[in-house]
Ligand binder design. Structure first.
Ligand SMILES: [Zn+2]
Length: 262
């Protein structure tokens, strides 16, 4: 378990399944311990025991089973309250409360922001608390989620929305995919010197079994090929290299398709 201190709360990071991360948002003064996307119960129960705390809430970014797999067991064991998106009400096991970008949401008085970020699934949401963003399978280290239920346009719109958060936002995504993503990123964005440096740092971290997550939004803006279409000179050079239109959506769609066949 790794722990990160933020103003007013701590985030604990737990490894699960083969490459998932489960997060515990620990707001001690409000007596909150919220589990984000519990893939399985055992590592969560172990972490809670270590912390001497009981989980109070479950926050689901989307309905996939590697994000909701332990919902019912955790609820039965600890009585957690389960929060998920309105659009996925019928698909999130044990859901107690639905939220969306339009609704205000707080955990015992601590305000959280909800962002609707469809594309990977149609009901995908992200949770933002202070400078921490829990974005499930929308944005990854140097990558983005596959488009299973939405359109490329929706996914691009969702990534665009995340790109407008503060540069210092800590991005807590749900998988450790960074190293593999960077190999593709170097192919899509070969002239980006920041990418080669990131690759070196990432390799060192993974060799030491250190998570590459969280990272900053600024780093993703500079090196994530799925956010790079926001940069005009990248967009133009990518479009001319692949002989496609140089608008952001066309470039994003081309990169997403290329990654699907990588
Ligand atoms: Zn997913």
């Amino acid at each position: 378990m790794w722990s990160y201190q933020h103003t007013g709360f701590t985030v604990h990071q737990i490894e699960a399944l083969s490459d998932n991360y489960i997060y515990l948002i620990d707001i001690a003064q409000a007596d909150i311990l919220a589990v984000v996307d519990p893939a399985e119960i055992t590592p969560v129960a172990r972490a809670c025991e270590q912390l001497g705390r009981t989980p109070t809430h479950i926050l689901n970014t989307h309905h996939h089973s590697d994000h909701t797999g332990a919902n019912l067991e955790l609820k039965a064991r600890y009585g957690c309250r389960i929060i998920g998106s309105e659009a996925d009400e019928a698909r999130i096991p044990g859901i107690d409360e639905v939220v969306s970008e339009a609704s205000s949401f707080n955990l015992n008085g601590v305000e959280m922001h909800i962002l609707d970020v469809p594309g990977h699934t149609r009901g995908h949401i992200a949770f933002a608390l202070g400078d921490a963003l829990f974005c499930g399978d929308v944005l990854f280290g140097a990558g983005c989620g596959r488009i299973f239920e939405g359109t490329a346009e929706q996914m691009w719109h969702s990534l665009n929305k995340l790109s407008q958060l503060d540069d210092n936002t800590q991005v807590y995504c749900a998988h450790e995919y960074t190293m593999a993503n960077l190999e593709f990123a170097l192919h899509a964005d070969p002239d980006n010197a920041g990418l080669a440096a990131r690759m070196e740092r990432t390799r060192t971290m993974r060799q030491a079994n250190t998570p590459t997550i969280p990272g900053t939004l600024a780093e993703e803006m500079a090196t994530n090929p799925f956010l790079r279409p926001l940069d005009k000179s990248f967009r133009q050079s990518y479009a001319s290299r692949h002989q496609i239109r140089d608008d952001a959506l066309s470039v994003f769609t081309h990169i997403r398709n290329a990654k699907n066949h990588w």
